[in-house]
Write a protein that binds this ligand. Structure first.
Ligand code: PMP
Length: 292
């Protein structure tokens, strides 16, 4: 099955799909994106992703390229044409194509809407069973990390640094020594008394859709949750640690820099949350494309 991409109203062979050289996404990283998990050909937490997309656009004074319902139909079609059962849908909106100049183009310039879908993209069973390592790096991003902007250069540099060190993710650290988040994941620890800790939402981090689901699942399971910043030192001494994201679910962290977390094996609360999240996916997998 050959891959198909959606570009501004057209379904194109993946290899031939492209945008103009003066697309503002290419020139200025002037755009936003979403990544949605697909399970059984259906979206997970689509409502949350749509709400976040609309918010990211609004914060950058951009508009939805089409009504949400129409966009959902295109998303479904992209997933269908790529025959994705388990995988991801990628969606990007930029401020359109115009002669390169920093101020916004005229309002008559249409935004660019691009979508791709692909199969796979799940943690390997070895990652789930054995856990992953993270390295810590200074957070070098701009001050509006709550906007899901395609401007990801600091994230790219940090993720490569993690890879070079044999780790899976980099935890970015603010000037006061507190962990903000991973390059594409939210960061969590479990304290010695079993309390889940993750950074509260404000402009410092992205409001992860998975973070939100894990918070709900944890509360339902009767776990204690504190939304507060934690330092690298606290994380290294924690009982457990994990990362959450659309593609990583709730993946155990067993090493932070050179420190082993607990005994270097995934912890029981992380495992419990993984199982709860799997059940959530199985339930959400029954979700339809055209919903609220
Ligand atoms: N933080 C950042 C910086 C991210 O890029 C992502 C992935 N979109 C996340 C957190 C996790 O968000 P989600 O659970 O919505 O995938």
């Amino acid at each position: 099955m050959s891959r198909v991409a959606y570009v501004n109203g057209r379904y194109l062979p993946h290899a031939e799909a492209g945008v103009h050289v003066e697309d503002r996404g290419l020139q200025f990283a002037d755009g936003v994106y979403e990544v949605i998990a697909i399970e059984g050909g259906r979206p997970i937490d689509l409502g949350g992703h749509m709400t976040r997309l609309e918010r990211s656009l609004r914060e950058l004074r951009m508009t939805m390229p089409m009504p949400p319902r129409a966009m959902r139909l295109v998303m479904r079609e992209v997933v269908r044409r790529n025959a994705v059962r388990i995988g991801i849908l990628y969606l990007q909106v930029t401020r359109g194509t115009y002669r390169r100049d920093h101020p916004f183009p005229p309002a008559t310039v249409a935004p660019t809407l691009v979508m791709t879908a692909r199969s796979g993209v799940r943690p390997t069973s070895a990652m789930v069973e054995n856990g992953i390592g993270v390295v810590t790096v200074p957070d070098q991003r701009w001050a509006r990390r709550d906007i899901k902007s395609v401007s990801l250069l600091p994230n790219v540099m940090a993720k490569q640094q993690a890879k070079d060190a044999g780790a899976y993710e980099a935890w970015q650290v603010d000037r006061d020594g507190f962990v903000t988040e991973g390059t594409s994941t939210n960061a969590w620890i479990v304290t010695k008394d079993g309390t889940l800790v993750t950074r509260p939402l404000n402009h410092d981090i992205l409001a992860g859709i998975t973070r939100d689901s894990v918070l709900t699942l944890a509360a339902q399971a009767g776990l204690t949750v504190e939304q507060r910043p934690f330092t690298v030192e606290e994380a290294k001494a924690a009982r457990e640690a994990f990362i959450s994201s659309t593609t990583a679910a709730a993946l155990p962290v067993v090493r932070i820099d050179d420190a082993s977390i607990a005994n270097g094996a995934p912890g029981s609360i992380t495992r419990q949350l993984w199982d709860l999240y799997e059940a959530h996916i199985a339930r959400a997998g029954a979700e339809d494309w055209i919903g609220s």
